[in-house]
Write a protein that binds this ligand. Structure first.
Ligand SMILES: *Cc1c(COP(=O)(O)O)cnc(C)c1O
Length: 435
């Protein structure tokens, strides 16, 4: 025992080895030291050979300085909430790299004076939604709604909203709770299934701050129903605010029931709020758009509110958001628009590279996800594998997340960027499964 202990290399000596020193530069000294100490411990108890301390420590280290693991989204759900919703475009990733360093986020390089923050990002948004007169970015969709409520209805003023639109978004986040947390009061109108323009009109008083329309983005009510469009609510003498949810900027032919910013503003909404990382395909952000009438003034008022600073987006978001809008089609949009025949051809090409594996190409059905476009199905193609592949692929690096269906593991290609098909083949080939 004593002999083995004497053979265990000293911590400093292990840390000085080139590969270990390189890992310390990449991941930080304390993390690497912890791994070395753990490996020394294993050598002392005879679990590993003392000569293998450095190699064992290196093997135990993560590949990157984050605990996050890249996952190939083969679930067929375009916006998978547990996978971080929208993946960023290459352009947005490149913009993140620029913003990550010191950059002129609040500096005018021409004059050397202070520059306005975030103008390029809001200009990109205004260019994408020509009907908007003003735009502002916040941390997420919830922040956008909260800021509107705080700035316009904070001191106990009323928000008139339909009962059927008091939505729970997910993970226990409820719009009515968010609204009342700002000090606003809710004036609920209509019933679960029906609300008419007269219901809204009857509820508007001097205490009303605005009428709110919330898109029921994650459920559908059918049968004896009636809801009111924005243009039915614009004559009540108070602003109409519309939370459209998904961040669709213009109508999309595959999503006829998803409201979009341009149409909603054209219908007379004073303010539109939405998320940046749903169908827009950008970074997590909250969009606030003001219409051509009173909307611009309301956006300015919200920007000046003390809480606006607490909801302010960072330079990384500004850069990625701008690049998402100005750059090439983001992955989420490409996945939404992917042609089923192309997806099938890709699935066949993947299958052809899997000789000896019990795999097949099957028709699949993708969904939008991210709490959006409920009921919308998108025809897709998948590679079908024996069920044990699901766990094996999840354990791989990068991980691949498929979908279990009828005892098979389906890898749906709609949300997988074509550039990841090679990764998919390698992951399946490497997976420790015998079929
Ligand atoms: C997603 C969603 C929100 C919340 O947006 P986050 O960006 O997740 O904060 C609010 N309202 C609607 C209708 C939504 O779909």
């Amino acid at each position: 025992m004593t002999d083995v202990r004497r053979l265990v290399p000293r911590t400093d000596a292990v840390l000085a080895q080139p590969a270990v020193a390189e890992a310390a530069r990449r991941l930080g000294r304390s993390l690497v030291k912890q791994a070395v100490v753990a490996a020394q411990g294993r050598a002392r108890v005879g679990d590993i050979d003392p000569a293998d301390v450095a190699a064992t420590a290196l093997a135990a280290l993560p590949a990157t300085p984050t605990a996050l693991t890249p996952v190939v989204n083969a679930t067929g759900v375009l916006l998978h909430t547990n996978l971080g919703r929208a993946p960023l475009s290459a352009a947005a990733r490149a913009a993140l790299d620029v913003a990550a360093g010191t950059c002129d986020v609040e500096l005018d390089l021409a004059t050397g004076g202070r520059g306005a923050r975030g103008v390029a990002a809001t200009d990109a948004l205004l260019a994408a939604v020509p009907g908007a007169a003003a735009a502002h970015l916040l941390n997420n969709g919830a922040a956008a709604i909260a800021m509107v409520a705080a700035a316009l209805a904070g001191g106990g003023r009323e928000i008139v909203v339909a009962r059927g639109e008091l939505v729970e978004i997910g993970a226990g986040f409820r719009i009515p709770d968010l609204l009342t947390a700002t000090g606003a009061r809710l004036r609920e109108v209509g019933t679960t299934n029906r609300v008419t323009p007269a219901d809204y009109a009857d509820a508007v008083t001097d205490a009303t701050a605005f009428v709110l329309k919330v898109h029921p983005s994650n459920f559908v009510v059918t049968g004896f129903t009636r809801s009111c469009a924005v243009d039915e609510l614009t004559g009540l003498g108070v602003p109409v605010v519309a939370d459209i949810g998904s961040g669709l900027l213009a109508p999309h032919p595959l999503l006829p029931d998803e409201p979009d910013a341009a149409t909603t503003l054209a219908q007379g909404a004073a303010l539109v709020t939405a998320s940046g990382d749903k169908l827009l395909g950008g970074p997590q952000a909250g969009l606030l758009l003001g219409g051509p009438g009173e909307g611009a003034g309301l956006v300015a008022r919200i920007r000046r509110h003390p809480l606006a600073r607490a909801m302010r987006v960072d330079k990384l978001t500004l850069a990625a958001f701008e690049a998402t809008l100005r750059g090439p089609v983001p992955p989420t949009r490409a996945a939404l628009d992917a042609d089923p025949a192309t997806l099938r051809a890709r699935a066949r090409a993947v299958l052809a590279r899997l000789p000896g594996i019990d795999a097949a190409v099957v028709d699949s059905v993708s969904t939008v996800g991210g709490g959006g476009a409920p009921g919308v199905t998108l025809p897709s193609a998948a590679v079908s594998l024996p069920e044990p592949y699901a766990a094996a692929l999840r354990a791989g690096r990068p991980a691949v997340l498929g979908r279990l269906e009828h005892g098979r593991c389906l890898l749906d290609l709609r949300a997988v960027p074509p550039s990841s098909d090679d990764t998919l083949v390698e992951a399946i080939t490497r997976a420790p499964c015998r079929s």
